[in-house]
Design a protein around this ligand. Structure first.
Ligand code: PMV
Length: 313
């Protein structure tokens, strides 16, 4: 039996605009992970994907009438081909578990796909470099997101803070001073694909306005990156809050996200914003060690379903 895992992620700055070629920054959330266990079973039994949290077992050679089966089956098939194994001739039980909230902008689908690819690479003793893992997971992202920028698979496969521009190489960068992010789950389900489709439709009807908003987001990302490198956390917070205002302008915020962002700022967070696709899902707030408790309590008070803390170094 082999096991593997992959981290969740959060987008610090630049979501949505990144789909249109502007830069974005994403960080791994290493203590929230998806894990995969692969066990050989009797020949002839085929490949069985046990999505334990969903309570479903999917066979690789059957089709299912739900949204979850195809991305899992596609990931497993692509990974098996990549290690030179014929998917129709394998006999494996693949069990998936994840602590990452689903449909909340924390990259749960990406982490599951990454853990699957890593597990298959390990089971067949065919090591894969992070860029190879990332490329395979990107193919699954297309099914999950429609027109993914590639930022999610990149940050999860490399498991380091990344500065990402679509179509360019991956760039990691130094974090001048570690900082704490509080992640508040709004409890409102949000499929990234719908949010991304909505932005595309609105941009098509007003390209000039949207491109200007995307440019403004891009400029904020550059400032944020400099603030992280210099360890200027007040400046980083400022960029996050400004980014949130622009995400609101492109209509990807939501009532609950607004409530959480306001509560975090009122509780003293130097910056807060929605993170990821938006509409629902998660928001993030920057804090220092002293402020983390106040912000966490404030988020629960206004109805956060779950609050998580991660340190970016
Ligand atoms: O997976 P999420 O919900 O964190 O969002 C991904 C970020 C987007 O910019 C909204 C989409 C993309 O493909 O980059």
């Amino acid at each position: 039996m082999v096991t593997s895992s992959a981290a969740g992620k959060t987008i610090l700055l630049g979501e949505h605009a990144v789909v249109y070629g502007r830069p974005a920054i994403a960080v791994p959330v290493s203590d929230l992970r998806a894990t995969v266990q692969i066990t050989p079973i009797s020949p002839g039994e085929g490949v069985q994907i046990d999505a334990a949290d969903l309570g479903h077992v999917y066979r690789l050679d059957e089709s299912y009438d739900d949204d979850d089966a195809l991305p899992l089956q596609t990931t497993v098939r692509n990974a098996l081909y990549a290690v030179g194994a014929d998917p129709d001739k394998q006999a494996l039980r693949i069990t998936i578990r994840s602590r990452i909230p689903i449909a909340s902008g924390m990259g749960s689908g990406t982490a599951v796909a990454t853990a699957l690819v890593r597990g298959i690479s390990r089971h067949y003793r065919q090591p894969m470099a992070p860029d190879v893992v990332s490329e395979l997971v990107y193919r699954t992202e297309i099914l999950l997101h429609g027109t993914p920028s590639g930022i999610d698979n990149t940050v999860v496969a490399f498991e380091e803070p990344v500065y990402f521009v679509r179509g360019s190489g991956v760039e990691t960068f130094p974090v001048g001073r570690p900082f704490t992010l509080i992640i508040g789950d709004s409890g409102v389900p949000a499929r990234t694909r719908y949010a991304v489709d909505g932005v595309r439709r609105r941009r098509e009807s007003d390209p000039a306005r949207y491109d200007k908003l995307f440019d403004e987001i891009g400029a904020i990302v550059e400032r944020g990156r400099e603030a992280i490198i210099q360890g200027e956390l007040a400046d980083l917070g400022q960029t996050m809050t400004e980014n949130h205002a622009l995400l609101r302008a492109i209509q990807v915020s939501g009532e609950m996200l607004e409530r959480l962002v306001c509560a975090a700022l009122e509780a003293g967070a130097p910056g807060a914003k929605l993170s990821g696709g938006g509409i629902g899902g998660c928001m993030i707030a920057l804090t220092d060690e002293a402020g983390a408790k106040d912000v966490t309590e404030a988020l629960y008070r206004v109805g956060a379903r779950r609050v998580m803390v991660t340190v970016v170094r």
